[in-house]
Design a protein around this ligand. Structure first.
Ligand code: T4K
Length: 399
């Protein structure tokens, strides 16, 4: 029997799911291993300040990523701030506006101006041709974002940075476990920054890391994340507190043991979405390339004309069904404070960012979601698109 639109939860029907499905549901590895590590931490009473597990975690990450230095941090935002400072960035730094606001805030927090650059609509990544046009005598660096875990145009950005004598760093918050041209992300540019926040497919509760092959930079960042202490009672640098604690490192070490399972689950989910969304007019799933990838984000674009209903109308339908899809990264950093007050006309230079932020929709994935749920989510989306005019009319009536 064909469902009627009044069966949608938005119009009073039963939600498709009794519990909410989230985009960023944390993955948890082997609980017994985690509890054993936590027990060990409590027994040894060494909770933070470069403890044994943090050191082991850093070493394991360095091996995995093939990079000389890994500095574990309390979160990626502080890691970005410290790296920006350690690299001596000042004046202006070119960044995409289509990113999580932390990328821009980590600059503005230290009175450095983020200069927002538009993106390539095919990849959602900062567009190198535009980067080059935005360089001024005040520019000191570029921050590329490996959005959705896909590498941005590393070669072109490296070339621009070299020719203009700019520092280049990457916000690799999404890109743990991903490679670029066969090389793990972590070793590109002057430094890269990962996030291990709870909502990432690999988490340390809160956490992050800076990776670099530069000995001097690594030493500076190590000092900066620990108040500038070089041994007891000897502060030789300005610093802050960016340290990772032992519980977070225990979570990280435990998660590393299940990393391949997390990625496999994400990849299965991605394939299920590929099957389920195929052929729905106006709904496009952003493809992953044939590189090592974590598949952690299911990114769709909704074309209002072809689908018959816009992204926000679809979002309402899904939320009512307890599918907590997200509009990352709406509305773009340039439309958030303080940037929209500082640069009220920035949108004129960012047409692709403006367009994409109206179309993008992220769907639930991770180990908490499986094929059956995904099939149901895709059927809701197909039903909403097939009945778009009636749904839009009824939404209008409801106000
Ligand atoms: N650069 C980029 C490109 C980033 O994407 C991020 C962070 C950063 C830098 C900074 O990294 P950190 O300093 O955070 O390490 C979330 C995360 O908080 C943030 O880490 C992440 N990016 C961003 C994309 O997403 P919100 O404000 O959307 O989170 P929230 O609380 O709405 O949670 C997302 C979904 O996950 C919800 O539907 C609920 C669910 N959830 C969340 C948590 C915390 C759970 O099911 N369990 C949980 O424990 O920012």
């Amino acid at each position: 029997q064909t469902p009627e639109i009044q069966e949608l939860a938005l119009f009073g029907g039963q939600p498709a799911f009794s519990d909410q499905l989230h985009v960023g549901r944390p993955n948890i590895g082997d609980r017994d291993q985690l509890m054993a590590r936590i027990g060990d931490i409590l027994d040894r009473r060494w909770l933070t300040n470069n403890g044994r597990y943090v050191q082991e975690f850093e070493q394991k990450l360095a091996e995995l990523l093939g990079v000389k230095h890994v500095i574990a941090m309390c979160n990626a935002t502080i890691a970005l701030e410290i790296t920006i400072r350690a690299l001596g960035l000042q004046g202006e730094v070119i960044v995409p506006s289509f990113t999580f606001v932390a990328t821009a805030h980590s600059l503005q927090w230290q009175e450095i101006t983020p200069v927002f650059c538009d993106i390539d609509p095919a990849t959602h990544h900062i567009d190198p041709a535009q980067v080059e046009r935005m360089i001024t005598p005040r520019s000191s660096g570029i921050i590329g974002v490996h959005l959705w875990g896909r590498p941005c145009d590393v070669e072109a950005l490296t070339d621009i940075a070299r020719r203009h004598d700019l520092k280049l760093m990457f916000d690799a918050a999404h890109a743990f476990g991903c490679s670029h041209k066969g090389r793990m992300i972590g070793g590109f540019g002057n430094a890269e920054v990962f996030s291990f926040h709870a909502t990432k497919f690999f988490n340390t509760l809160e956490g992050g890391a800076v990776t670099t092959d530069d000995d001097e930079l690594a030493a500076k960042i190590r000092l900066m994340k620990n108040f500038g202490f070089a041994g007891y009672d000897n502060v030789i640098y300005i610093g802050t507190n960016g340290k990772m604690n032992e519980f977070s490192a225990a979570m990280g070490l435990t998660g590393l043991e299940s990393l391949e399972q997390f990625i496999a689950a994400n990849m299965d989910n991605y394939r299920s979405y590929q099957d389920g969304l195929r052929g729905i007019p106006g709904v496009t799933l952003l493809p992953y390339r044939e590189e090592k990838c974590n598949y952690q984000y299911i990114v769709c674009e909704i074309d209002e004309v072809a689908a018959g209903l816009g992204r926000d109308a679809l979002l309402k339908v899904l939320h009512a069904e307890n599918v907590i899809a997200r509009r990352y990264f709406y509305p773009g950093c340039h439309r958030m404070e303080p940037y929209r007050s500082y640069f009220p006309h920035a949108g004129l230079l960012l047409p692709e960012t403006e367009r994409l932020s109206q179309r993008v929709l992220l769907l639930p994935t991770g180990t908490a979601v499986g094929g059956a749920e995904i099939d149901r989510i895709c059927r809701i989306i197909a039903f909403a698109v097939a009945n778009a005019p009636a749904i839009a009319h009824r939404q209008e009536l409801q106000g």
